[in-house]
Each structure stands twice: as C-alpha cells, then as structure tokens.
Design a protein around this ligand. Structure first.
Ligand code: NDP
Ligand code: 8X3
Length: 251
C-alpha cells in the first residue's frame, strides 16, 4: 500500500510542486485548493506521468464546515493520511499598520492561521488513533523575523511558528512528527496575489536576485518526509543564496 499525502494549496506554487514531487516518489495524493479546474489538471498529470492515484478536494480552508465535509468525504484507506502538508496560504497587501486594509488582514489570518488549524483539527485525530503520521507546516522566514510593512503577514507566520512548536509537543506521545519548513523569497504566484494582480510590482520583488523556486521547497519536503522513523527534522529555514534573513537581501 502506497503512503497517502494530503497537500493543501496544490493548485499553484509550492503545493503543486510538492504534490508532483511526492507523486514521483511513490505517494498517493489528496490534492486540495479552491480552483477545481487546476486540481483536475494536476490529477490527470499525476496519473499520466507517474501512475499516481489521487483524490481532489475543492474547498476553502477558511470555511470550517467545508473543511470538515471535504475530509469526511474521503473513503476507505484514503482516510489514513500519512503525511499532511499545511501549505495553503497567502499575503495580501504590504503597507504600514495605520493604513492597513482590515479585509486583507482577515484574509491572511483566516487562511494562514485558522485554515491551518481547521485542517489539522480534522486530520490529526486519525493520526493519533493510528499512532502514525507526519505534519509539515509551511511557515516563512517572516515567522522568525519581521520586515517593513509586513506586519500582519509576519504575525500570521509567527503564529504558524508557535503553533508548529506546540503541536510537536502535543503529538509527541503519539509518534507523530511535526516539521516546520520556513522558506524565504520564492517566485510563485505569491507576490501576484500579494499585489492583487499587479505583475510589475510582483516581478520587482525578485529583480536582480535568483530567488527560490517551488521545486526547491518540494525537494525539502521530500527530504524531511523520508527520514528514518526515529528521526524528525523539527524546523528548516531555506533561503536563496542572495538572502540572509527577512531584511538582508543582496541585490
Ligand atoms: P501561491 O500563491 O503560488 O500558492 C498558494 C496556494 O494556496 C494556492 O494553491 C492557493 O489555491 C492556496 N490557497 C490560498 N488561499 C486559500 C484558501 N482560502 N483555501 C484554500 N487554498 C488556498 O503561493 P506559494 O506557493 O508561494 O505559497 C504557499 C505557502 O508558502 C503559503 O503559506 C505562503 O505563505 C508560504 N510562503 C511563500 C513564500 C514565497 O516567497 N513564495 C515564502 C515563504 C512562505 P487556490 O487559490 O486554488 O485556493
Ligand atoms: C514569504 C516570504 O519575505 O516575501 O513568506 O514575506 S516574504
């Protein structure tokens, strides 16, 4: 029986690359996101390229009822998720707190913090019952250092950092691994979303540097997911060579 991985936010960026990498490495996949057409295309690709069986679940992680219904719809062995990758997330806007757009703040908090919690709350009890599993949370360099105008996004990733550490303690008696992976600047759809479709602004984020790419994070996920049973990678920060931390980038 192949292992089963559920990846949230598999319609783009890191999540899509992680799903492809895990499929290539022999996992069956549960892929999730809000854009169903992309999920169907990815399902087809995984089957064609790697003979992977996958299930698509189209839902918004901010909607607790939708999360519960989606996970409850899993049949038979698909309920026995070996690896959960909490990846779905976003930044919206970049500006000082006194000019902040409350709706943007709520989208970030509801997705990056509450969404991660809803999905984990629904999936972790089965891992606890089986005394088996691995949860990988995608945090950020912004979860340890803050940067100018990053206020609420940085706050959500600090929350992911704290929750990951706490989860690891909670899961300890049940043999469940918890890993946080904290990427730095990576060229995905992240900045296009942050700047609400302004491609020029998004591109400027990565100008004059070679950023990380989604594949780099997928490689890291595979590495941490394939350590021996007795070994856990607790926390892994990854930046491009031109970046030292949240605020030092050599351009
Ligand atoms: P992308 O924008 O390329 O992908 C984001 C993914 O999250 C999409 O699949 C999107 O799917 C999903 N998503 C967003 N909101 C929701 C929602 N409400 N419900 C369900 N799915 C949702 O960005 P990245 O791949 O770069 O980002 C992935 C994660 O990595 C995020 O948590 C981000 O904070 C983090 N990160 C990114 C970095 C970067 O520089 N790129 C660096 C450090 C961390 P859909 O729209 O179909 O719902
Ligand atoms: C994303 C990294 O520095 O663009 O988490 O906010 S950054």
């Amino acid at each position: 029986m192949k292992k089963i991985a559920l990846v949230t936010g598999a319609t783009a960026g890191f999540g899509e690359a992680i799903a492809i990498k895990l499929a290539e490495s022999g996992y069956n996949l549960i892929i999730t996101g809000r854009r169903d057409e992309r999920l169907q295309d990815l399902k087809e690709k995984l089957a064609k390229d790697f003979g992977t069986e996958s299930v698509t679940l189209c839902f918004d992680v901010r909607d607790k009822e939708a999360v519960d219904m989606a996970i409850d719809s899993l049949k038979g062995d698909w309920k026995n998720i070996d690896l959960l990758v909490n990846n779905a997330g976003l930044a919206v806007g970049l500006g000082p707190i006194q000019e902040g757009v409350v709706d943007d703040w709520e989208r970030m908090i509801d997705t990056n913090v509450k969404g991660l919690l809803y999905v984990t709350r629904k999936i972790s009890p089965t891992m606890v019952e089986r005394k088996k599993g691995h949860i990988i949370n995608i945090g950020s360099t912004a979860g340890k250092d803050v940067y100018l105008n990053g206020n609420v996004y940085c706050g959500t990733k600090h929350a992911v950092n704290a929750i990951s550490q706490a989860m690891r303690i909670d899961m300890l008696p049940y043999n469940i691994k918890v890993t946080q992976i904290r990427p730095g600047l990576a060229e995905t759809e992240f900045s296009v979303v942050r700047f609400k479709g302004d491609k020029d602004k998004a591109d400027a984020t990565y100008k004059n540097i070679e950023p990380l790419y989604a594949k780099d994070i997928a490689d890291a996920v595979l590495f941490v997911a394939t350590r021996p049973d007795s070994v856990n990678i607790n926390d892994l920060e990854i930046t491009c060579t031109a970046q030292a931390n949240s605020y030092y980038v050599h351009k």
